[in-house]
Design a binder for this molecule. Structure first.
Ligand SMILES: Cc1cc2nc3c(=O)[nH]c(=O)nc-3n(C[C@H](O)[C@H](O)[C@H](O)COP(=O)(O)OP(=O)(O)OC[C@H]3O[C@@H](n4cnc5c(N)ncnc54)[C@H](O)[C@@H]3O)c2cc1C
Length: 329
């Protein structure tokens, strides 16, 4: 009988790992959200569409480049943005260098993860809250203590601060997990009924509060209404994580007004998302964590860096290690 593996999280790391392991094991992914993709997220409201997590991804390794190009071919990804300019109080600094290809999921950012998840067994809206050792495996339970099944091996791809809370004290990866530092981010989503002309599709922002702005309908294949996605700086988010949401929104809008000379406070749609664990400030600096004796492991961007490709690289490295073990079994 094939060994059973539970993967916690259907972000890009969980999906990449699952696809690699499926030929060798019975794999089940548990995902707490309704959708796939984790921080490669998008949201649709009132005819407006926002990629409110990762903005684009690059693919530097030949293997991941091939995956990204196959996704473009299949219509799950497109090339965007061609240029990333810099917006600051003095105006816009344009960057017209030829960039490495940047990719975005289609029709929204999670489309890339959805395209890769084909054929996987994924239990959505199911939060893994407990792991109890039972025989040579692990019994998983949800937040209400409901039984989610028994598995020979359990891998967490949740952000490190969440993985550390899930893993039993006996897990050998705790020291590495404790090193990891992740930072938060606020994302402001603005939907507009009025036409608006901006001289950029995407720009990094040099400011005390804001760090990024994207014009959503400039992305390939988007037929949605005009919308802007704005990220705060991570350090500003960290200092303001518990503040009243309306105050955070107002400060971000005021900053945008200073930079663009435009007041969006009466926009047709305004929304704010708080990411408690958005970006990796200090990674574990090892490609994955795997406690072979216990049958427990972890992977994700936080192992190696701060990018979609770091999550893929971490999951791929762990899958290689696990497949070697499974083939030897
Ligand atoms: C605002 C923002 C901007 C970013 N910009 C970029 C960018 O421009 N380019 C780039 O390359 N990267 C960017 N990133 C980082 C990128 O999104 C991540 O590196 C990558 O998506 C991480 O993938 P992952 O699979 O490791 O983790 P995640 O995407 O976080 O996936 C983990 C999954 O686990 C699930 N989960 C957690 N706990 C449980 C549980 N107990 N039970 C069940 N499920 C659980 C979560 O719901 C989630 O789906 C950005 C991230 C954010 C938030």
């Amino acid at each position: 009988m094939k060994t059973s593996i539970a993967i916690i999280g259907a972000g890009i790391a969980g999906i990449t790992l699952a696809q690699a392991l499926v030929p060798y094991a019975n794999v089940t992914i548990f995902e707490k959200s309704r959708g796939l993709g984790g921080r490669m997220a998008n949201r649709r409201r009132e005819g407006f569409a926002f990629d409110h997590g990762a903005q684009y991804f690059t693919a530097r390794s030949p293997a991941f480049r091939a995956v990204a190009e196959a996704a473009v071919e299949a219509g799950h990804a497109g090339i965007w943005p061609r240029a990333v300019h810099t917006l600051k109080s003095g105006g816009l600094l344009t960057d017209n260098r030829q960039p490495e290809p940047r990719y975005v999921g289609l029709p929204g950012m999670s489309g890339f993860a959805n395209g890769l998840a084909d054929g996987l067994e994924i239990r959505k809206q199911t939060t893994v809250a407990g792991l109890q050792q039972c025989g040579h495996g692990w019994a998983l339970t949800d937040g209400e203590g409901q039984d989610l099944g028994r598995f020979d091996t359990v891998i967490s791809t949740a952000p490190a601060p969440q993985t550390i809370r899930l893993m039993p004290e006996t897990f050998s990866g705790h020291d590495a997990l404790a090193i990891v530092r992740m930072s938060g981010c606020f994302t402001l989503m603005i939907g507009l009924d009025e036409p608006l002309h901006l001289d950029f599709h995407a720009a990094r922002i040099e400011d005390d509060i804001l760090s990024w702005i994207a014009v959503e309908d400039s992305k390939p294949g988007r037929r949605d209404k005009l919308a802007l996605t704005i990220h705060s700086r991570n350090d500003w988010a960290e200092a303001n994580l518990e503040r009243d949401r309306d105050e955070v929104k107002s400060e971000m809008l005021a900053s945008l007004k200073r930079l663009l000379g435009l007041d969006f406070s009466n926009a047709a749609w305004l929304d704010l998302h708080r990411w408690r664990y958005a970006n990796v400030e200090e990674p574990a600096s090892q490609p994955f964590l795997f406690d072979e004796a216990l049958g427990l492991g972890a992977c994700g961007d936080w192992c190696l860096g701060n990018r979609v490709e770091a999550a893929v690289e971490s999951a791929t490295a762990l899958s290689t290690r696990m497949i070697t073990r499974l083939q030897g079994a």
